[in-house]
Write a protein that binds this ligand. Structure first.
Ligand code: HSE
Length: 314
């Protein structure tokens, strides 16, 4: 077993917006301003402890923590054992829709990889982090949060068997506004309300929009990005979890420079893609006012797409 000389690391992984409109389970982007911060310590042995020092309450049973299956998958691939202590210093609230689970598992696997001297590449790290998603999603290990939490930027997951993803270039003017209202939507519940079978007409609409969104991002065609930010698979079923979703979306659609909006991941967070920082600030103001009027506390994140995935702080 070879470990880095320093056997302690502090690591950050960003919040992420999965689905990005039409890309249910296959598109996601990393955002600035929110994420998870972990302290990881390792020594020879065979144990795992996770201590939560963040402001967010979490189950104390480590079997219910997404970090556990992610690290187990990684250690199994590594072929050794370690005594690992994790301290959660900062945490996105679970059930937020901005990739709370994947930020923890991404930080854990990227941090441990550093301590081990980087035996694994980016794609392997994403597959380990996906095991955390499996725990909270009822058995589906999707990569649309875990991928961008590790790689940064905007990812298209082309396939899962095996994992194949493409990093899509982000147009320079593209900005985001993401609001996280303080209500909880469980990923499992949010997946349960969706249809299991999709009529052909909806499938055609959806894959047209996924292709349009990717083409719009690649060619920096803001109009095309906006026209493609439509989802007939998840949004119609999940919007009921979000108070006043339709009027909020309509207000955003009327705002100059706002290309489109949709539900972030499984909700309740809502995101808008915008042409430039001013439009993103305007979208953020509308979102804040919306939840303020409803008496729901909310956190707002406005900025560019986070180009950097999980990184070492010290
Ligand atoms: N793609 C996932 C979903 C992201 O929409 O259910 C949330 O984990």
């Amino acid at each position: 077993m070879r470990l880095r000389n320093d056997q302690e690391i502090e690591i950050f992984a960003p919040a992420t917006v999965a689905n990005l409109g039409p890309g249910f389970d296959i598109m996601g982007m990393a955002i600035e301003g929110a994420g998870d911060r972990l302290l990881i310590q390792v020594r020879p042995g065979d144990s795992l402890s996770i201590r939560n020092e963040s402001e967010v309450s979490l189950p104390s049973d480590i079997e219910k923590n997404v970090i556990t299956p992610a690290l187990r998958a990684m250690l199994q691939a590594w072929g050794g054992t370690l005594a690992i202590e994790i301290v959660i210093l900062q945490k996105i609230r679970p059930g937020s829709g901005i990739g709370s689970s994947s930020a923890s598992s991404a930080a854990a696997v990227v941090g441990l990889n550093e301590l081990l001297g980087r035996p694994f590449g980016e794609k392997e790290l994403i597959t380990f982090a996906m095991e955390g998603e499996r725990l909270v999603s009822g058995g589906t290990a999707h990569a649309d949060n875990a991928g961008p939490a590790i790689a940064g930027g905007i990812l298209l997951i082309r396939g899962y068997d095996p994992l194949d993803y493409i990093r899509i270039p982000v147009p320079a003017r593209l900005c985001t506004a993401v609001i996280h209202p303080h209500i909880t939507v469980n990923t499992l519940d949010s997946r349960a309300v969706m249809r299991r079978e999709i009529p052909q007409r909806d499938a055609v609409t959806q894959w047209g929009n996924v292709g349009g969104l990717v083409a719009g991002l690649l060619t920096a065609d803001m109009g095309l990005i906006g026209r493609s930010l439509k989802d007939v698979i998840a949004e119609p079923y999940r919007k009921h979890f979000i108070p006043g979703y339709d009027p909020l979306k309509a207000a955003l659609a009327r705002t100059e420079g706002v290309l489109g909006s949709n539900i972030a991941g499984s909700g309740p967070s809502v995101f808008a893609l915008c042409d430039g920082p001013q439009a993103a600030a305007a979208a953020g103001a509308i979102m804040t006012r919306h939840f303020g009027h409803l008496g729901i506390e909310a956190d707002l994140y406005v900025g560019p797409v986070a180009e950097r995935g999980a990184y070492v702080i010290r």
